[in-house]
Design a protein around this ligand. Sequence first.
Ligand code: AMP
Length: 208
Amino acid sequence: MKMVFLGPPGAGKGTIAALAKDYYGIPHISTGDLFRSNIKNETALGLQVKSILASGGLVPDSVTIEMVRNRIAEPDCEKGFILDGFPRTIPQADALAEMTGLDAVVDFQISTEAVVARLSGRRMCPSTGRIYHILFNPPKVEGKDDETGEDLIQRDDDKEEAIKHRLEVYTAQTEPLIKYYTDKGLIKGVDASVAPDKVFENLKKALA
Ligand code: AMP
């Protein structure tokens, strides 16, 4: 199964992908996670994109496309993959179409008010990428990862100004992909406003 998860930041794509990758037995490829791990490891790519991520803007298409091209050429992607956060622009979608076919594009549907509430309360374990929410999915011990005990962090781009910018970028650059993939007959809409286990049920039904 080759899938793209589409939807605004904060729609829960990463949370649901973590469940779906085990269920479908395919890797979860998050371009945001790939960039963050390059930033953490201070690679040349990481240094190049660090300030872009902090501001909530988009990394140039050429850089992002090459990173994804290399990743989906790896053997674990032969049976399929979940692309989370890619494509985010029409040129990225065109480039992806040249690399591979797709079975489904899942549109995570949720209001702007709900994503702002989710993003501003989101916390993350810096080493594993595990995601929490201070109200909706709190860790067992406040501020600590359930498994590693590490201090949880708030992503720079989950702070108020960056959230606003990311949502504007989504509307201008990524939302047009809903029509793009609708025209190709690939879109499956999923109500993403409910709790993660319900969203996952909605996803399974939409893909059945
Ligand atoms: P995410 O974790 O998906 O919210 O992505 C975090 C940030 O990584 C975004 O705000 C962008 O700066 C960058 N990024 C992730 N995916 C892409 C993409 N497909 N194209 C350009 N920039 C991206």
